[in-house]
Write a protein that binds this ligand. Structure first.
Ligand code: PMT
Length: 405
């Protein structure tokens, strides 16, 4: 795996050299990025010698004036080329920058541009580690799916005893390894995911739609790719970047999504229907814009095809995961949908709470299986929720394979 190792400015920066070695011994290729402060503690040459590659030391670091443009976009290239970003030691300053989206140096800019898994190993003085600001920043990062290797307790460089010491590099390398191992549990699977809203035209300029942003489905797609699956993402109109490694099919209406899903069904081994499909559409859309009048106006709506139910009819031995967006009786409704649409699993969420569900970066879900299990996840970032859903999908797949064997 290709790991970018961000080195922050703390006395523990010298241990990052050992971490590079530990990662290399596990077969990872390591690219080092150092903050300005880190360079006060360790020379970039140390890491350049260990990795046999250029160490990135700043946003505009260049060997010749012609390299300036190359360096200015290097953070994007590094973000795209690498599989995991690890930051060790992560200082209080770096945690604050990551949590609040500041991008004033290479590492913080890279963090924002990086769409893969991120691990931070904080190290600092005990008072700084226990400060409410640091705790709040870490909680934010945790909610957004960042993995945290907590510091050890012991004698610190500042001469005090307490929590804040960077853990043993072997322990950090192991945590990185376990993230990689978890990542590959969907290898060999071909996953079809639907995301976002549909838009049902009323006339040439108006449509019926809903508040789905696509964030939940896109988080599932990018997490599934990271865990080794081949992913086809069938998406309604959303304003999100295409996750790396995903085959994207753009659709607009429920009918188009229905056609696209059935066309892509054959190679799929797992189908996850997180899209918020319109339940009704206007069958006779006028060619001209409907004129405003002073009288009452009503639309003649017909039900859209139920895509999940149609897949349920054709599922064979595929795993079918539906979603249930509810405002009341969530579990009962989710169970009803599981049976009527022949799902193996239903992810239920309440969609009438502020800051969760539709549009938000956060969600809280109950993951129901046919066997009657209910697993709770969240409230947490959609990336984290996606990981928890895929944990259950991978677990169910293994259980079914064990029964077949
Ligand atoms: O996109 P975000 O802003 O991130 O928000 C995420 C979400 C709230 C949209 C997501 O978590 C979610 O709940 N998605 C399902 C929304 C929905 O349409 O739920 P439903 O209970 O109405 O439908 C049940 C299931 O049937 C869903 O899997 C849906 O995709 C499917 N369906 C519905 C209607 C239809 N005509 N065809 C379908 O396949």
């Amino acid at each position: 795996m290709r790991v970018v190792l961000g080195v922050g400015g703390g006395i523990a920066a010298y241990k990052s050299a050992e971490l590079v070695r530990a990662l290399q011994q596990r077969g990872h290729r390591v690219q080092v990025v150092m903050t300005n402060a880190a360079q006060q503690f360790v020379q970039p040459l140390t890491f350049a010698a260990l990795t046999a590659q250029k160490v990135i030391t700043g946003l505009f670091s260049q060997e010749s004036p012609q390299d300036t443009l190359g360096s200015a976009v290097e953070h994007i290239a590094i973000a795209q080329e690498n599989d995991l970003l690890a930051v060790a030691p992560a200082t209080a300053d770096l945690l604050a920058k990551f949590a609040h989206g500041l991008a004033d140096d290479f590492l913080s800019t890279l963090y924002l541009a990086f769409t893969g898994p991120v691990l931070v190993a904080p190290a600092m003085n005990t008072a700084m580690w226990e400060h409410p600001a640091t705790i709040a920043n870490l909680n934010l990062l945790r909610e957004r799916g960042v993995s945290i290797v907590e510091p050890d307790a012991g004698w610190l460089a500042c001469g005090t005893m307490g929590a804040g010491r960077l853990p043993d590099p072997e322990q950090i390398a192991e945590a990185i390894d376990s993230m990689t191992a978890a990542r590959r549990d969907l290898e060999g699977e071909s996953i079809l995911i639907t995301a976002g809203p549909t838009q049902e035209p009323i006339d040439p300029v108006r449509y019926i739609s809903n508040r789905s942003s696509g964030k939940m489905g896109y988080a599932l797609a990018s997490e599934a790719v990271r865990r080794g699956a081949r992913v086809t993402l069938i998406s309604g109109p959303v304003d999100l970047p295409v996750p790396r490694g995903v085959d994207l099919v753009r659709i607009r209406t429920a009918r188009e999504m229905y056609d696209a899903v059935l066309a892509a069904l054959e190679p799929a081994t797992i189908i996850i229907k997180s899209a918020a499909v319109a339940d009704y559409y206007v069958a006779d859309v006028p060619k001209q814009k409907i004129k405003k009048t002073a009288t009452r106006f009503s639309l003649d709506l017909e039900p859209t095809p139920d895509i999940l139910a149609a897949v349920g009819e054709r599922k064979g031995d595929r795993l079918l995961i539906g979603f249930a967006a509810e405002t009341e009786n969530m579990i009962a409704e989710a169970r009803r949908k599981m049976v009527s649409k022949k799902c193996d699993m239903v992810v239920a969420n309440l969609v009438n709470r502020d800051g969760l569900g539709f549009e938000s970066d956060q969600n809280e879900v109950e993951i129901l299986t046919r066997a009657g299990q209910i697993v709770h996840a969240g409230p947490a970032g959609k990336k984290e929720i996606a990981a928890r859903i895929l944990d259950q999908v991978a677990r169910l797949r293994l259980a079914l394979q064990a029964v077949e064997a």
